[in-house]
Ligand binder design. Structure first.
Ligand SMILES: [Zn+2]
Length: 191
């Protein structure tokens, strides 16, 4: 992964939810901000790690129908926003959805990266259009999903899944349902 020649970024405390990543220079719309990276794993590895407390369920990024990235320390510092400044395209390329000013937080819409499943997370992003509870890609309001589509802010695997959903032929894979059933529920997780 080539993260050289990327805009300067910095990690800082946010007022709302721990650390976040911020622009240390102005970033023009469309520019690559970062390539999210980490170790590849499949859904069953993911469940094992979460159950073994080695991983927080909210950290890995899905990049394929069965493939996830165990995000590295830096990549997992980007927070979610319901009104994100960046989008994710290709496999895991993060780019500016609009012009971003120096000092602004770099966020993406976690839901837009999550294939249909039963995942839920409480959101405290504080944006005007905050959805309150985050779910998978199908929980993103239609208008906003169309906005991501128009701006190319969907991963390759997700575009394929949405095509299947629209054609009425998408089902949550059996292996994933089995994996979800094995998942230990924690108090932090939304019921
Ligand atoms: Zn929100």
């Amino acid at each position: 992964m080539n993260n050289r020649k990327r805009p300067k970024l910095e990690i800082r405390e946010t007022r709302k939810y721990g650390k976040g990543v911020f622009a240390a220079e102005d970033i023009e719309k469309g520019r690559i901000v970062w390539v999210l990276d980490g170790e590849r794993m499949d859904a069953l590895d993911l469940v094992e790690r979460v159950n073994g407390d080695a991983e927080n369920i909210n950290d890995p990024l899905q990049i394929g129908k069965r493939t996830y990235i165990d995000l590295d320390e830096f990549s997992r510092t980007f927070n979610h926003s319901c009104d994100p400044s960046t989008g994710i395209r290709k496999t895991s390329e993060m780019f500016a959805l609009r012009d971003i000013k120096k000092g602004e937080e770099l966020t993406f819409d976690y839901s837009a990266t999550i294939a249909p499943t039963e995942w839920k997370m409480r959101c405290k992003c504080g944006s005007r259009n905050c959805r309150g509870i985050l779910g998978d890609v199908l929980s993103v309001p239609r208008e906003q999903l169309d906005y991501y589509k128009r701006h190319g802010a969907l991963q390759k695997y997700m575009k394929a899944i949405l095509t299947d959903v629209e054609a009425g032929r998408y089902e949550i894979p059996k292996y994933e349902l089995a994996a979800l059933a094995k998942l230990k529920r924690t108090s932090e997780e939304f019921p």
